[in-house]
Design a protein around this ligand. Structure first.
Ligand SMILES: [Cu+2]
Length: 278
């Protein structure tokens, strides 16, 4: 596919959100020396952050124990007469194996159980967006090198005249579940919302899905995390969380314009699909 025209990040729709006084912009990233993850703008992102913090806590504790042990051995046995390693006794081997299995069980067991809870409650729990009548559904088409997002218009159906399509410009209401279904038309891309702890592969030939919820209004980066070609670095969009009222007003206006501009012969623009229920 030919390279997409160079669009300013927020230009996809010419309809500005009613409350957007300032131009859409991503807030500055944390300082280069910060070890902290990106700002958490997701209602459920704290679960991922807690898992990361647990993992890092184990890393630090184990590194301290192992480096301390190493240092102790170096000091304690310095200058000692060289002896051939004998493989230890049965008892010492049992100790080493026991400690190793114990550490593995505690560290990986904790992370495994925490991950299972996150999968059950959040990532694979599509009942939340499915049962919430406010849920916003978005179809995203990834291609070299941009994100096209499709919203069902007033009719609630995808692939119809009033679909709103944006380029590199995702708009969602804050405080409402957002259900994304994702495809790719060329190569594998990676849909990433760092501030929402969202990552999802866009794979040609299949529809992947995920959901998230913006905790508050604001603008954050939407990036591609798979190297997908020479202009991969340009595959960057902005996700803007608006108030539900501003979002509804934007969608309404954009949908009216979509109907006016609908061209039945522009088959390349008709890439929407019937929403898939898991
Ligand atoms: Cu990409």
């Amino acid at each position: 596919m030919a390279e997409s025209p160079a669009l300013p990040l927020s230009s996809a729709s010419d309809v500005a959100p009613p409350d957007a006084q300032a131009p859409l912009a991503v807030p500055p990233a944390r300082g280069a020396w910060s070890l902290a993850p990106p700002e958490n703008a997701s209602a459920t992102g704290d679960r991922i952050d807690a898992l990361l913090a647990t993992s890092h806590g184990f890393d630090v504790a184990l590194a301290a124990v192992m480096l301390g042990w190493l240092l102790l051995a170096v000091v304690r046995f310095r200058g000692a007469r060289k002896v051939a390693p004998d493989g230890g006794t049965r008892r010492s081997r049992a100790w080493v194996l026991g400690v190793a299995l114990g550490v593995f069980g505690v560290v990986d067991g904790t992370l495994f159980l925490g991950s299972q809870g996150y999968l059950r409650d959040v990532l694979w729990n599509f009942r939340v967006p499915a049962e919430d009548p406010r849920t916003v559904r978005i179809e995203i088409n990834a291609h070299q090198w941009s994100w096209e997002a499709r919203y069902a218009g007033a009719d609630g159906a995808f692939g119809t005249k009033d679909d709103v399509v944006t380029w590199n410009d995702l708009r969602v209401p804050a405080g409402v579940p957002v259900w994304v279904q994702l495809v790719s038309t060329d190569v594998v891309h990676g849909f990433s919302l760092p501030a929402f702890r969202v990552k999802l592969d866009a794979i040609p030939g299949r529809v992947n899905q995920t959901w998230f919820q913006a905790a508050r209004e604001g603008a954050w980066e939407a990036a591609c995390y798979q190297h997908c070609g020479t202009s991969h670095y340009r595959m960057r969009g902005i996700l803007t969380a608006l108030s539900p009222e501003a979002y509804a007003a934007w969608l309404h206006e954009a949908s009216l314009k979509a109907v006016q501009g609908y061209d039945p012969d522009d088959t390349a623009a008709h890439w929407g699909w019937v929403w898939r229920t898991p």
